[in-house]
Ligand binder design. Sequence first.
Ligand code: URP
Ligand code: ZN
Ligand code: ZN
Length: 461
Amino acid sequence: MRTLITHGTIVTASDLYKGDVLIEDEKIAVIGTTLDDIVSMADKVIDASGKYVLPGGIDVHTHLDMPFGGTTSADDFESGTRAAAFGGTTSVVDFAIQYRGQTLHHAWETWMKKAEGKAVIDYGFHMIMTDLNDHTEGEMDALVRQGVTSFKLFMAYPGVFMLDDGSIFKALLRTGANGGTICMHAENGGVIDVLVQRALAEGKTAPKYHALTRPARAEAEATHRAIALAEIADVPIYIVHLSAAEALEMVTEARDRGLPAFAETCPQYLFLSYDNYEEPDFGGAKYVMSPPLREKRTQDQLWRGLAFNDLQCISTDHCPFCMKEQKEIGRNDFSKIPNGAPGIETRMSLVYDGGVRAGRITLNRFVELTSTSPAKIFGLFPRKGTIAPGSDADIVVFDPHRTITLSAETLHMKVDYSPYEGRRVTGAADTVLSHGRVVIEDGQFVGRVGAGSFLKRSPRS
Ligand code: URP
Ligand code: ZN
Ligand code: ZN
């Protein structure tokens, strides 16, 4: 099967030029300024005139089919990856969870079963570790060999996910030997727990108290501690869903000292703010996530971090819960509202519109933040994350002029609200290919359920 994408503008993290791309079966075969001579050889021709030809988006932070707070995230691997494809994302790295007393292998098998036969695009896994013993460390090595090369640890949620500093340090040390990467949820869980109990005892139960009991300094302290532990262990560290300017300062300071400290932020921290928690009638519950939304002025600081490479990736932390029956669980107690929000489908359009069109980042940087850097940091490059001969033909034909209105009614995520309801954004994925097969065309899903494959990622070299 040969597919030719003609007359588009090819954009990678470093290049921008008019050109044609020939795909043979699942891979990019040829790139040329014009491949008109071989049009007759193609089984399918996609006219990308006036459009960008981008490497498919890579979202390295999703929670599909994830049990949390007495319920399960609303998108499974079928609906979630389909929505991702609609938005121009062609690979996700989700999180398997090792619950206390379980092996890492059991957790990996469980999450593989959730994805197999359902995912419409490729998927990999990070491993959330909640129980670290001598067996676990050996298992980490085995997982890295099997392509699960990153491990998420929590400094928050005491009694559920949180690990003590000694266990965190052991895990960091182990990645020094096995080439894995530690991803850290950096919030001081002990402090937050005290603040939450005090707020509840004072009768403060509304959603906004979720944010008011998770101060920016608690994120900054944990970010600093995580980086310090990684520095002592002499290994890289990746901070997930960074939201606070105070936490960004910690990453920037470490990077200025030459440390391999990396971090991602997410669209919700770039486009939403604490003010959203003030929405009436329990509306603030839509934005209950951890870390919480911050003051509006933080947005500019995060954009600066993205522009100057103190932040390397934009992922979504897609973890949707419906208002009805799910967020509702915490109507009388903010601490019971399941943490998380939808975003897998809206990332590329939001970041293009609010980043590139607004003049905050270049088009190349947009590709780097949403595809190339995630691929490089998480062992997928150059198979993914660029447009080059030999790379997987995961390609997005992106219309920079099409304006869409974000709404739960028209988006494809299985959740009954959008945090961006009514927001108009310009720039949207038109045609999306995964492994050379068209999965989105003319606003329709034309892929196959279960066509996605497990991404065996490479360790750090
Ligand atoms: O609120 C969030 N972020 N929910 C998902 C779990 C996590 O900590 O990433
Ligand atoms: Zn987290
Ligand atoms: Zn998350």
